[in-house]
Design a protein around this ligand. Sequence first.
Ligand code: BDP
Length: 711
Amino acid sequence: MNTHFPCKRISEDGYELWLRYVPVAQPALAEYRAALTHIVIDGVSATLQAARDELVFALPCLLGASVPLADTAGRGALVAGTPHRSPLIAALDLEADLAGVGDEGYVITAVPGAEPNRIVIAANTDIGVLYGVFHFLRHLQTHQPLRGLRVVSAPKIRLRMLNHWDNLDGTVERGYAGFSLWDWHKLPDYLDPRYTDYARANASIGINAVSLTNVNANALVLTRPYLVKAAALADVFRPYGIRVFLTARFSAPIEIGGLDTADPLDPAVIAWWRAKADEIYAHIPDFGGFLVKANSEGQPGPHDYGRSHSDGANLLADALAPHGGVVIWRAFVYDENVAEDRARQAYSDLAPQDGRFRPNALLQVKNGPIDFQPREPYHPLFGAMPRTPLMLEVQITQEYLGHATHLVYLAPLFAETLDADTGCAGPGSLVAHVVDGSLDGHALSGMAGVSNIGSDRNWCGHPFAAANWYAFGRLAWDHRLSTEQIADEWLRVTFGNDERFVEPAKAMMILSREAVVNYMTPLGLHHIMARNHHYGPGPWVAGGRRDWTSVYYHQAGPDGIGFDRTASGSNAIGQYCSPFRELVADLDTCPEEYLLWFHRVAWDHTMKSGRTLWDELCLRYQHGVEMVREMQRTWDALSGYVDAARFEHVRTLLAIQEKEARWWRDACLLYFQTFSGRPLPKGVEPPEESLEYYLNLTHYYVPGIPERRFG
Ligand code: BDP
């Protein structure tokens, strides 16, 4: 870390993320220089040291002036700390505010009175101080005034977690930004400085938990050599308030324990997991717990022994409980041998088990009932299990949204789920209130994002993909933040504060999610990506495992298209509470963005626009392409505000996105046309190639495909 003044020039290759700390411009600069002349942080701890380091690094860069550490607070002091360690803070009248911010929140205030310029960052804990420091630095990076500054902030959700799907061989399942950050081979002895920068970035947006390994788990990570490696990472992350979790393969007692069963009710299995938990805590005293994918997509689980998911979760919960750990059990469960609509299966299996999970178990539910699609209705489990803390899982990595090549700002997708009203406990029972625990009175709460981070120098591949990591953290901290505000912040700290840049770039970001929905899966279509790697369109995918084919999901035929999930079909709609259930059940009131998700609709059905479904579908695809072109025009006009390297990088990726949007449009419309038998309406550009051509495209070595698995 650079602790010297003058500040080093930053590389502008994306490595610094949103912690660039470039010089502040006037008029903010004058106010900052007068108000921030030295830093006082009393107390000794690794976390307070991280707070000190960050300020000592950032302030000279931002202010273009030396801002030294000092022991005493004079005029212009920035004082940070807790009332327990800092007499200066204890002397201030902050008890009432601090009482409300818990063990991670903070208060930032300009203290009136004898020292008019004094700014105080106060918290009950050291990690609260660090979070406050990052908030304050963001305040300066976004050139906001200090006069009257007053922030009282605490996270709404307890576990704000990244799920890395990183394999021990260095590959990342559904990772599009290079290889894994974790260099398992050189750990524990070589600690890449990136680990610290990763932790800083996470702490700066409030992320406090990371699961290091793929949910399609390799039991080896629970063996001693790997625990030592994981412990080394945990040591790096600890000062930044981050707890480490590992994925637990349910059959580990067999694979690495020498047992002949993994039956959750077997005494030897119970004893094995208890001993394993004891061993892990000996290496990582603040180990967070296990994240588990079981009986899903070929993973082992309690069903293999005729036991329930709660039996499986409780086995691990009991092993972790003496140490204060939690088990996060994934609700992403479905079975190819079950005839039931895949969208219904998790609810059918898990909802009846509400109340059977241990107090230290959370159930992690994907935002929608299928699988991280560009748009899904919210998962019906939200609202259906009031006695179980439900975590929300979203995918930050863009498996189904153009990988790291397409510019798609995901905050609107995350917010759409958080803001959905389940109605299950009356009007206003938002998914956000289920997830933050407030609706059902749960102290445990969590939100997980499947990470998009890899070894690429800029961390996430696409320069704009970092916005999704950022937005995830900000929303997990406070789900009431608007997607516009988060985009605004991220653009300012990532590129600069010029309004002539920020406003159009923000509009482009907000538009981008709807663009991808339109050019990939408009009107409620879903899971029509190419087989296996999910790169590009594959609406024709058929054969093999039924619930992994596109034809299963779109059901197109000469009479129409869409999945009938009404009472006359799979009745997945019946899993929702009123009034959403009735809203979507009625073809006339079902929002068109969910039309083909819930209904099978005739090609000549009249849409709200007055057009037929076929014409509307075609025009949505066309509109998606046009939206990308609009994004291109916006970006091109911003060249004067962005350094050449990042400008060119984004410009080129947008060109690929436009090309691939056309590919999606042409391939899907030609294919669906074989059923509709209708011409493309006016306004839709003619396809560039034949259907045959698109059908025969084969892509080798697409990134993000999993390793050959252990066992
Ligand atoms: C699917 C991915 C698969 C993951 C799975 C999961 O294609 O690679 O293992 O999600 O969430 O979308 O477990």
